[in-house]
Design a protein around this ligand. Structure first.
Ligand code: NI
Ligand code: MN
Length: 227
């Protein structure tokens, strides 16, 4: 499995000749170098409707025909905008041709906000993505929750992508608690330093994770991790 970080909560995940992107916030993302027009994927996984996650989903889906995989209400929203979509919901898994996707809970909100208009798009989610026997957990935007223990017990997580930015999501100490419950083989912090309000030092997180005996990889934008 190859994981490429595009900044914020956006990652490309590749295995064999299959490729998916998660939360493609690129054109509005001050950290991103990748252009939405360069994205070629089999599927787009979207955790929730906020602009820093839905991002360029519609443009990529319309251009490439990639299927949007998201919680039902958000998938239907994308379908109504001309995207091909596969609605799912929390707790459900589905075997796609690129791999298996299971939706996990996330404690957050989900809406598309255009000025004064707020379109609610159901519950937010996280994703367990299994490709060729390797399992990735993208927590989405979430606070800490105890059922991460269950996620860790039921799934052999090869890599966990965890938000550490605080304010909207887990901060560093809560994300360290998440690692204890998930017991992943490696951890990558996300959702920090994109904006001032989520400024964090990822080295502090990495040290706390290492002190627990887990591996933490801080990825630079466009850096790849192969395992
Ligand atoms: Ni959000
Ligand atoms: Mn966010």
């Amino acid at each position: 499995m190859k994981v490429i970080f595009h900044g914020h909560a956006c990652f490309t995940v590749e295995s064999g000749n299959k490729k998916v992107i998660i939360d493609p916030f690129l054109s509005g993302n001050p950290l991103a170098k990748k252009k939405p027009e360069e994205v070629e994927v089999d599927a787009i996984l979207v955790t929730h409707g906020h602009g820093d996650h839905l991002g360029d989903t519609l443009a990529i889906a319309q251009r490439t025909g990639a299927v949007v995989i998201a919680p039902n209400e958000l998938a239907v929203y994308c379908q109504n905008k001309g995207a091909k979509a596969h609605p799912m919901h929390i707790g459900g898994a589905y075997e796609f041709d690129f791999g298996k996707v299971k939706l996990t809970p996330a404690w957050h909100g989900s809406a598309v906000i255009n000025g004064e208009e707020i379109i609610y798009t159901g519950n937010p989610c996280g994703f367990l993505l299994t490709m060729d026997g390797k399992t990735l957990y993208h927590a989405g935007d979430t606070g800490l929750f105890g059922d991460m223990e269950l996620i860790g017990r039921l799934h052999n997580i090869d890599i966990a992508l965890l938000p550490i930015g605080d304010n909207f999501v887990m901060g560093i100490d809560d994300a360290v608690e998440a690692v204890k419950m998930l017991k992943p083989k490696r951890v990558v912090p996300m959702h920090y330093n994109t904006f001032d309000v989520i400024k964090q030092d990822p080295d502090i997180f990495a040290k706390k994770v290492a002190d627990l005996g887990f591996t933490c990889n801080i990825l630079k934008v466009e850096e790849e991790l192969v395992f």
